[in-house]
Ligand binder design. Sequence first.
Ligand code: SAJ
Length: 403
Amino acid sequence: MKTVSVIGMGYIGLPTATLLASKGYQVAGMDVNPKVVDIINQGKIHIVEPDLDVAVHKAVESGKLKAFTSPQKADIFILAVPTPFLADKKPDMTYVRKAAESICTVLEAGNLVILESTSPIGATRVDVAEIIYAKRPELVGKLHIAHCPERVLPGQILRELVENDRVVGGVDEASTKTAADFYRTFVKGEVLETTSDTAEMAKLTENAFRDVNIAFANELSLICDKLGINVWELIRLANRHPRVNILQPGPGVGGHCIAVDPWFIVAAAPEEAKLIRTAREVNDGKPHWVVDKVMEAASKSATKPVIGLLGMAYKPDVDDLRESPSVEIAHALKRATNAEIIVCEPYVDAMNGFKLATLDETLAQANILVMLTDHKPFKDITLGQLAGKQIIDTRGTFERVMG
Ligand code: SAJ
């Protein structure tokens, strides 16, 4: 059985390393953060993802997964580091380049290097292959280098890692084949072969597709608000058409993927990517619209307004606050009003700038209640608990309660 070194022990790297360990690979997980390495080596996890704690515990206990702060020799290297964007919305490839550089000291002829991070077109050739070959010119033609974008949905990572189809694209045909064969050893879905450029674009396209569709729902929510139409009922009805499937409006689009990746397409083809850019702008505009609605409610409040914000994570039942529209709304409200703001986020212990309240405290104190992230515990809120409050429901959660 081959050895695998996974660089980056985050939301993708850690579950991937764990899955590979469970399939019998000897896996070294590498992370620059010594605290993360410590936690993993204790068989524990530093992120929230269903069932991951048990799987990591098992993998570490079996001796198949061990974490390190420096890269270890292996047959296969998987780079799973973040690719955020810069202030000008252009991709920031610093982490990928650093990860590629970091493995140069341990690479050997015959190794397979896979970039899993969502990346702009050309990154596998330029930010991985060129970087490695500049440092290790004697390895030119002796490595296999490919892109296989991760496609898993946070909250369902362990299942989707195995079940989803994968797109694999090498910098040359031999790389494509070698990388695809590796994925076939642990993926139940189909492994589809292409070039590294097309694999990069495929991943960006998937997320841009979802972003455009969410933007459609968000735009509808603004239109319906203006026209006095219940957008949730409208979408339910329109979706009864056999070829219509509208997504759900929300407070905006968050996370480190869908709110980021479409910009990589815009950066690559700014003239052509009109719809993709507009969708980003529509979704980025939604939190401001929510803030305006809350301010309007506060101005109408008969008593001193106390604003209760429910859910800070970027989507239901995860603990991830990155690029979360709810967090943006909380900070914007703090800047815009002197009214008391109560923040409830059951999945995290602390949040910058706010003291977190329990759901009971929030329901007891707030007279303006804003549903931002519809976590499971919020779905049990009853009509009685909403009585006498102004409600701003960005997710349609209270529709069921209020009818
Ligand atoms: N959202 C809505 N309305 C919807 C669906 C989602 O407002 O109807 C919002 C969510 O609340 C959240 C954001 O969109 O703020 C994104 O959530 P998501 O569940 O759509 O997606 P992510 O960001 O958690 O994961 C996406 C997935 N991509 C696609 O579904 C095309 C996942 O498969 C990718 O692997 C992941 O991005 C990634 O890492 O790129």
